[in-house]
Every structure is written in C-alpha cells, then in structure tokens.
Design a protein around this ligand. Structure first.
Ligand code: GLN
Length: 191
C-alpha cells in the first residue's frame, strides 16, 4: 500500500504544523474528526497538545473503538508528545483514556516544571538515518517499560524518545516543530 492521504486527528493541538510538514512531503492531508474521515486515510498522525483534552474529544466523537480497530488492523500511525501518551497501553500518573496501541507506560510531564521545554540532540546510539536529530520537548512525557515488541529508535540523555512497535511510532518530542522531516518520512515509509 502506498500512503497517499494522511489524516491528522484534529481535536486539539498542533495540527497545523503537522499539516505543513506532511504537505511538504507531497502527501494529501485530511483533518480527522469522524469515523468516515478515518476510513478515508492511509495513515494517521495524533498530534501533541493536551492528552486529556484530546482523549475527551475522542470519547465525544465516539472515535475510540474505530481508532483502536484501524490501528490494530495495521494502519501506520505516528503519535507525538500528547499523541504518544494516547498510543500507550498504560499511564503511570494523571490517568487518561489511552488507545493501548503500543506496549509502553507513559509518564506524563515527566521532565518536571523547571525544564518543561527544551531542545536536545539524540544520543549517538540512534538508529541509522536518525543521527544528529534535534528534538524539541514541551512538557514532554517519558515512555517506559517497553514490551518485547517495542524498538527504541532514539534516546536523549539515555531516555527513549522515539519508539516503534509494528505500525505504531511514538515520539515524546515534536518533530513537526523543526524542519527535519525524518520522523514523518518514517511514517510514510510504512506504507
Ligand atoms: N503535557 C501534555 C500531556 O500530558 C503533553 C504536552 C505536549 O503534547 N506538548 O498531555
């Protein structure tokens, strides 16, 4: 399957920045706000923002089961920051209704309040192709306790920041806020 049309779950968060990045990579972009939208896309981005708000929107729009089904059927999905929290199977603090798409535990606001926003390069052991990627963190979570199917693709200061399990990619940072397209390209390459 070639990915031609990518949806962005457009309930709340930095939808516009993801749209710019994806359009720059030459794919069609559709805001997803109902099941019909979801069924019209080949891949999905769940943006950063506030995971509690996005989860409430998912419930209000009755999208929880449809999202779970499409992701478990193999639709490529990228969750960034709040989106990564929503893809997790467990949340250690500040409970939120997650989708359970990746076998990890999300720790919300894990970098604390003093350093709640910062940018840092990936560690030297990043997967091939991801060298020197600069990551922007905004009140970021950490993803811990990865299950056996979860591959850590990049770390910052030893903490996993980019992970993949089957068709699911989770980034605790904001690749859409830089001009580096490599994480979005990874999503498009899963088609
Ligand atoms: N702190 C937010 C949350 O827990 C995530 C922040 C973000 O997406 N930039 O939902």
């Amino acid at each position: 399957m070639t990915i031609e049309r990518v949806g962005i779950l457009a309930i709340q968060g930095d939808v516009a920045a993801h749209r710019r990045m994806l359009e720059g990579l030459g794919v069609q972009v559709l805001d997803v706000l109902c099941e019909q939208d979801l069924n019209a896309v080949d891949a999905l981005v769940i943006p950063g923002g506030e995971s509690t708000t996005i989860a409430k929107g998912i419930a209000r729009l009755k999208l929880h089961e449809a999202l779970r089904r499409r992701i478990s059927d193999g639709m490529p999905v990228l969750g960034t920051c709040a989106g990564a929290i929503l893809l997790a199977s467990r949340v250690e603090n500040h409970p939120v209704a997650v989708l359970g798409a990746m076998d990890v535990t999300a720790v919300r606001n894990a970098y604390g309040t003093q350093v709640d926003s910062f940018a840092a390069p990936v560690d030297d052991d990043a997967a091939p192709g991801l060298e020197d990627m600069r990551c922007v963190f905004i009140r970021a979570p950490q993803l811990t306790e990865p299950g056996p199917g979860v591959e850590v693709l990049a770390r910052v200061d030893g903490r996993a920041v980019l992970m993949r399990e089957r068709n699911v990619i989770a980034a605790t940072f904001h690749p859409e806020l830089t001009s580096d397209p490599r994480v979005h390209e990874m999503l498009l390459a899963m088609g």
